[in-house]
Ligand binder design. Sequence first.
Ligand code: PFF
Length: 477
Amino acid sequence: MVATASAQAGEQGWSSRTAFILAAVGAAVGLGNIWRFPTLAGENGGGAFVLVYLVCVLLIGLPLMLSEFVVGRAGQSDAIGSVQRVADESRVSRRWSIFGGIEILAGFLILSFYSVVAGWVLYYIWLSGGDFFGNLFAGEALRGAFSDLGQDAVSGMMGDLFASPGRLILVHALFMTATIAIVASGVHDGIEKAATWLMPAFFFLLLGITIYGAFTGDFGRAVTFMFTPDFSKLTAPVMNEALGQAFFSLSLASGALITYGAYVARDVNLAPTAATISLADTAVALIAGLMIFPIVFAVGLDPSVGPALIFQSLPVAFQTMPGGSLIGLLFFVLIFFAALTSSISLLEGPTAWAIDRFGLRRPAAAVMLGLGAFVIGIACALGYNVWADVRPLGFWDIFADADILDTIDGFTGKLMLPLAGLLMSIFVGWKADRRLVEVQTGLSGGLFVLWRFLVAWLCPIAVALILLFGLFPQLLG
Ligand code: PFF
C-alpha cells in the first residue's frame, strides 16, 4: 500500500482538538486579516464593506469551511486524493477531484506571492528592530520610531525596498526557508508545534497593541468608521470584493483545509470546530481594524490609501507616538507570526499531494515545492523594478494594469478560488453520499438541513455570481 501523507500522519496527526484549532486558525489568520482586510475596508468606505464581509463569512464561508473538513476527514488524503475517495464511496465520477487540483495549484501560486509580501514584513522588522535597539542603547527607549527621519524619508523606505531586487529576493528567501523548514519537519513536529507557539504569542501581541491603540489613538472614530454602514457605498463591486476577501481570509479553496481536515481525529466534532475557526478569523480581522484605524485617524492619515496602508503609513504613525519605536517592532513581529502559520498551510497542501502521488519523502516534497514557489515569487519581486512594465495578462481588461504579483493575486482570487469553491459546493451539496457527509459534519436535524441548503443552493449561486462579476465587471454597469 502506498503510504499517504495522512496515513503517515496516522500516529502523528493533530495531537488534540486544540492543536487542530490552533493550526487551522493559524492558517486562516494572516496577511489577509491584518493587511488586506483593513486595506479593503479603508478603500471601500468602512462599514458597508464590513457588513457584507460578515454576512459572506457566515452564510458562505462557514458552510464551505465545514465542507472542506468533511471531504478531508472522509477522504483521509491530500486535496485530490480525498475527493477521489469520497467520489468512489459515493459512486460518482472521480473527475470531481478537478476542484482539488485547482485548490492545490491555487495554494501553490498564492504561496509564491504571499512569501514576497511576508518578506516586506521581515524587512520592516529589521528596520524597526535596528531603530528600537539603537534608541535603547542611546537611553531613549520610549522615543517614536524613526523619529530622526522626516516623514517623507519614512514613506520612502518602501520605495527603497521595492527598487532593490536583491533586498526583495533576500527577505523572500528568508521567509520561504522558514516555511519549508517547518513543513519539512512534519505535521506534528513542524506545523503543530509552530502553531501552538506562534498563535498564543500572536493573540497576546494583538490584544496588547489594540489596547495601546485604544488609549493613544482615535478609537471612537475608528469604531464609527468600521461599524456605521453607509448603504450608498453598497455597490456590486464592493460586495464582490467582500465575498472574495471572505474566501481568501478563511483559506477556502486553497488545498490547506482539506489537507488539515485529513489529520483530524474521528472523534472531533467538525461543525463547532469550523464555527470556532471562522469566528476567530473574523474577530482578528475586526480587531486588526480596531488596532490600525485609531492610529490612522489619530495622525490624520487617509484610510483609503490602498496596499501601502500598513507598510507606508503606520511607520509614519509610530514616529509620533510615545514608545512607537517598540510598538512598531512588535507590530511587524505580530504580522510575521500570522503570516508564517498561514504560509505553512499553503505549502502543506501541495506537499501532502506530492507525498501521496509520487511517494516522495516529506522533506524532499516540501523543499521542491517551496523552491518552485520561491522562483515564481522572484518574478513577483522583479515586477517592482526590472520588470516593472510587465503586465502578464495585459490583454485581459480586468488584469490590464496588474503587475506580476497583482496578476497572480488577482488570477487566484478572482478566478481559481471561486471556481474551486463553486465545484466543491456542487460536489458536497449534490454528488457526495448524503449519509457519509452527515456523519462527518456531526450535525443533525434542522441544523444539518440548513447547512446542506446553504452548501447546495446559496453557495453555488452566490459564488457563481462572484465569478461572473469578477471576470466581467462591465456586467455590473
Ligand atoms: N487565510 C490567509 C490570510 O488571511 O492571510 C491566507 C491563506 C492561507 C489563503 C492559506 C489560503 C490558504 F490556503
